[in-house]
Ligand binder design. Structure first.
Ligand code: HSE
Length: 298
């Protein structure tokens, strides 16, 4: 009658794949406890670690939970207790972890009436409340694990991407908040054809590299000529951190989701530790507090 779940953090975009690519971080995440109640409906009973609304309709976990409950229409209700560890506005999918956790947990307690792919759709409803638009590049890897691609939104078509076993993600999280809505507001609604060509070449290259376990191709494809140039000014010291990662053996580096976190992908744990050290060294002088995470991606 009760389930305790781990809700992983995620990295969206992966440079070339704005709003379509993402990956799941094993080592960082929230915890959530969901209980069945005789009374119908969804109640958020407790949130520890963040100052977020308890009203169901104003809470991303609540909105996502309402979406799955509306579709399943059970004779029972649920109460949700959230232990936030992922900071809001950090760029590693804080709201998605809550949205995905709520639908995953409720689906388990209902006896799994929905597939994992269907859960992504419900979770996206919660995510929309946080960011002001429906995008699934964080909720998809959060629910499915590993690397994911949102092939299309209308209807939602999410694909889990095979990947080599030795990929590690390093995340530098500066303790400043960048709201996804602000980070989207700096983007241009149009792109140049030459930039689009570069970008979709890289998306194809990254997917091919992941399937064929070609680490060099993965590295060459981790580029972003459309979003990063507009967003990087929101992230203090971004270029230095990225260069430190690349010069110390990272396959690629860039903005994690909407920022301000900066990520790097590496081959193997040893390489990841070296890159994490270099990235954190390059950030010391900013005077901004930060934390580092290393996580295997699988
Ligand atoms: N793809 C989204 C963005 C992820 O970059 O705005 C952030 O939630």
């Amino acid at each position: 009658n009760e389930i305790k779940i781990f809700c992983p953090a995620t990295i969206a975009n992966l440079n070339c794949g704005f709003d379509v690519l993402g990956l799941c971080l094993d080592g960082i995440g929230d915890e959530m406890i969901i209980r069945k109640t005789a009374e119908k409906g969804i109640r958020i009973t407790k949130i520890i670690g963040a100052d977020l609304p308890l009203e169901t309709e104003k809470n991303v976990a609540g909105v996502a939970a309402l979406a799955i409950v509306k579709a399943a229409d059970p004779d029972i209700g649920f109460e949700i207790e959230i232990h936030k560890k992922i900071k809001a506005g950090s760029g590693i999918g804080s709201s998605s972890a809550s949205a995905a956790g709520a639908v995953f947990g409720i689906n388990e307690l209902l006896g799994k009436p929905f597939t994992r792919h269907e859960l992504v759709d419900f979770a996206m409803k919660g995510e929309a409340l946080a960011s002001g638009c429906e995008h699934a590049d964080n909720v998809a890897p959060c629910v499915l694990g590993g690397f994911t691609l949102v092939r299309g939104y209308n209807p939602l078509d999410v694909i889990k991407i095979e990947s080599p076993s030795e990929i590690y993600a390093v995340v530098l999280h500066p303790h400043i908040e960048v709201k996804t809505s602000d980070s989207r507001a700096v983007l241009s609604p149009t792109v140049l054809l030459k930039d689009a060509i570069t970008q979709w070449g890289n998306v194809g290259g990254l997917i091919a590299g992941l399937y064929t376990k070609d680490y060099e191709l993965i590295g060459r494809s981790l580029q972003d000529v459309i979003i990063e140039p507009l967003r990087k000014q929101l992230i203090p010291n971004f270029e230095n951190v990225k260069n430190a990662a690349l010069q110390n053996g990272a396959l690629g580096s860039g903005i994690s989701g909407a920022g301000p976190s900066i990520f790097a992908l590496c081959k193997g744990q040893e390489a990841a530790e070296k890159v994490a050290y270099a990235m954190s060294n390059s950030y010391q002088d900013t005077g901004i507090a930060f934390d580092m995470h290393i996580s295997k991606v699988n």
